[in-house]
Design a protein around this ligand. Structure first.
Ligand SMILES: *Cc1c(COP(=O)(O)O)cnc(C)c1O
Length: 232
């Protein structure tokens, strides 16, 4: 068994445990491998070990790894900060964009999807901690943004995504997670006829708390692939 396979097994076990404690079915929670800075071979090892999807952060890195067939055999998601001038390279290439962080971006995705004759599945990113360094809609803005998203014909809004602030205390993100879960349920019920499917939150250090708070997608990087080496 490869190290990556071993890690994925252990994460699945912990996901199932967290789901069980919350009275949830583990089968309704998707494990997305956050594969930034990991090569095509690592992506393929994760796919062989049954990861549900891979998520990339940078368009350029994703394009290079696509050439190497890194994602063959699993769905590909985009989870990183997206620049408007790169939207064209992402729409239709990935099955889900988690990180739609402004109305301008939403407009551009809709326009590019229309050009390509497809409907792009997206999530709205919420900046739950109101951090300047992070993009995303403020929690107070996201309801209106989701309402406006109904007017676009080439996107399908399926839920919300968040990256909470780095917390020093264990379980420090629980209040953030439950706040976003409340928004998710509200918006789905009031604006989308309960059709939302994806609440994307929780990473290596806090995916169990995210599952306790209702996440249906967790995005896990270092706990699968090992620590990223930012030196190289
Ligand atoms: C890197 C990354 C993750 C995974 O982070 P880990 O702490 O390594 O699990 C999840 N989501 C996004 C958007 C990321 O950029």
């Amino acid at each position: 068994m490869t190290k990556i396979e071993e890690n994925i097994r252990e994460i699945r076990r912990r996901m199932a445990e967290a789901a069980g404690k919350a009275g949830r079915d583990p089968a309704e929670i998707m494990l997305v491998g956050a594969s930034k800075m990991n090569d095509a071979a690592a992506c393929q090892a994760a796919i062989a070990a049954g990861i549900d999807a891979l998520g990339e952060n940078r368009v350029q890195e994703m394009r290079a790894k696509l050439q190497e067939h890194a994602y063959d055999g699993a769905p590909l998601h985009f989870i990183g900060h997206l620049q408007r001038n790169k939207v064209r390279q992402v729409v239709g290439t990935v099955s889900l964009i988690h990180s739609v962080s402004s109305m301008q971006l939403l407009e551009e995705i809709d326009a590019q999807a229309e050009k390509r004759g497809l409907i792009q599945d997206i999530l709205l990113e919420v900046n739950v901690g109101g951090e300047e360094s992070k993009s995303g809609f403020a929690p107070e803005e996201v309801y209106d943004a989701a309402a406006a998203a109904r007017n676009f014909s080439h996107i399908q809004l399926l839920g919300l995504m968040t990256i909470p602030p780095v917390e020093r205390e264990s379980h420090g993100n629980l209040p953030h997670f439950s706040k976003i879960h409340r928004l998710y349920v509200d918006i789905s019920r009031n604006l989308y006829n309960n059709s939302f499917k994806y609440l994307s939150m929780g990473m290596s250090d806090d995916f169990e708390d995210a599952i306790a708070s209702g996440a249906t997608i967790v995005r896990v990087g270092s706990a699968i692939f090992g620590r990223r080496n930012y030196q190289t």
